[in-house]
Design a protein around this ligand. Structure first.
Ligand SMILES: Nc1ncnc2c1ncn2[C@@H]1O[C@H](COP(=O)(O)OP(=O)(O)OP(=O)(O)O)[C@@H](O)[C@H]1O
Ligand SMILES: [Mg+2]
Length: 348
């Protein structure tokens, strides 16, 4: 096959591709390969261009065996790592004196790798979160069977702890199912017309007992009157319940939690009509290092306190998915020692 025809074929392949013939030189490369490996790679010995030993080995092996081989190539453009799966396939009748050549194709598998890693991390996290209460339950069962068998007072106390631990597991499983449901419907747009002010009022009513128990003054500014939005009322209730509950649980020491709702015709973040719901506390605040990761599953800024308060660390992950489904935004601002403001911006 003439080399210019080969060059045409290679240039039509949409991912980085090059051809190495039996002289061990690169005889063709497409634009994608040149962007990745350098502009003047044609005519060069492949080992001077592809320096990673496993890639050199794979190409050599393919040239020698006249067969296929496969390996990984890691590249870094200064900003991020990219993982490629490199496939080497032998072609007869191509290259110098038509002695055959190897086509080397680089397929970007970074996203697959990341998804795999996330899945492994997630399973590890879930197992750990479930194991902690389970270990406690098993310990108390042992104690109740043995040493505390005839101690009525101890039995009562242990049963209470066991109930708390079982509740924690129950909540965790409930949150996981909820997260799963929210994620699977994330691309389905909600259609219900609802009054956001009314929804906030009724959400806060159910949270008043919690606020009172924590000695927190919970206020809602309803001066804007009813505000109509398209959304899923159950899910939005879940969003505001978690944000207000967090403000009470983690920011309650500041004494008050204020919820504010504000509609505008042209929101700077949404570039159109939108409504902002702001939940502000005057608690200890969240260190800036935690802010970017706060909506990750199981991420807790103060894990000791969160666990103590029965938190699963899934609340904000659920909030984020619900807000995404509503094509909205979640903003978090926090100053250490002054408090935190969580803002949900929804399009109208
Ligand atoms: N208003 C707040 N002030 C200070 N820290 C907060 C505030 N809101 C959230 N956080 C921190 O963010 C973490 C994540 O919150 P998230 O709602 O995802 O989980 P959680 O409240 O621990 O568990 P769950 O919501 O499932 O009960 C919390 O553990 C807490 O450390
Ligand atoms: Mg929470």
């Amino acid at each position: 096959m003439p080399n210019d025809l080969l060059a045409e074929i290679v240039s039509a392949i949409p991912i980085p591709t090059l051809v190495v013939d039996q002289t061990e030189r690169i005889i063709a490369a497409n634009t994608e390969a040149r962007t990745m490996l350098g502009q003047n790679i044609e005519g060069r010995h492949f080992a001077t261009i592809l320096r990673q030993p496993q890639v050199i080995d794979a190409i050599e092996q393919s040239l020698r065996s006249k067969g296929s081989s496969k390996t990984r190539h890691l590249s870094n453009d200064g900003a991020q790592d990219t993982t490629f799966e490199v496939q080497c396939r032998y072609m007869n009748g191509v290259g110098a004196v038509e002695g055959g050549a190897v086509m080397v194709v680089f397929q970007d598998v970074t996203h697959l790798e990341q998804a795999g890693q996330m899945r492994r991390d997630f399973v590890a996290n879930v197992s750990h979160e479930l194991r902690t209460p389970l270990t406690a339950l098993m310990g108390f069962i042992e104690t109740l069977r043995g040493p505390a068998r005839d101690d009525a007072a101890a039995r009562e106390r242990f049963l209470q702890i066991m109930t708390d631990e079982a509740n924690r597991m129950n909540r965790l499983v409930g949150d996981l199912l909820s997260l799963n449901r929210v994620e699977s419907e994330e691309r389905v747009r909600p259609r219900e017309q609802l009054d956001l002010t009314g929804l906030l009022q009724s959400t806060l009513t159910t949270l008043r007992p919690l606020a009172e128990a924590a000695n927190v003054d919970l206020t809602l500014d309803t001066s804007s009157g009813p505000i109509s939005v398209t959304g899923d009322s159950d899910q939005l209730r879940q969003v505001f319940t978690n944000l207000v509950e967090n403000a009470i649980k983690y920011g309650g020491s500041g004494g008050n939690v204020d919820v504010r709702i504000q509609a505008s015709e042209r929101d700077t973040a949404m570039r159109g009509p939108a409504v902002r719901v702001q939940i502000a506390d005057k608690g200890p605040g969240i260190d800036a290092v935690h802010l970017p990761r706060l909506t990750e599953r199981f991420y807790r800024a103060d894990s000791h306190r969160s666990r103590e308060l029965g938190g699963t660390g899934l609340g904000l992950a659920i909030v984020k998915h619900i807000v995404n489904r509503h094509r909205g935004r979640l903003r978090v601002e926090s100053t250490l020692g002054k408090g935190s403001v969580f803002t949900v911006i929804l399009p109208r």
